[in-house]
Design a protein. Structure first.
Length: 56
């Protein structure tokens, strides 16, 4: 995952910073409790494809 891309990506809902979870290949918004999948190095930032997470 490109570090410069990680610096500029934010949650599409609340605009909060995202945490990169390398092992799960996801970007996580803890405020909205959503995880966005990274597919072949490309973040899928579609709200309807985000996975709901428990508060970790």
């Amino acid at each position: 995952m490109d570090t410069k891309l990680l610096e500029i990506l934010v949650c599409p809902i609340c605009k909060a910073e995202l945490d990169y979870h390398k092992s799960e290949q996801e970007l996580v918004c803890h405020k909205c409790k959503l995880a966005y999948q990274i597919d072949d190095g490309i973040p899928v930032m579609l709200i309807d494809q985000a996975r709901k997470i428990d508060d970790e």
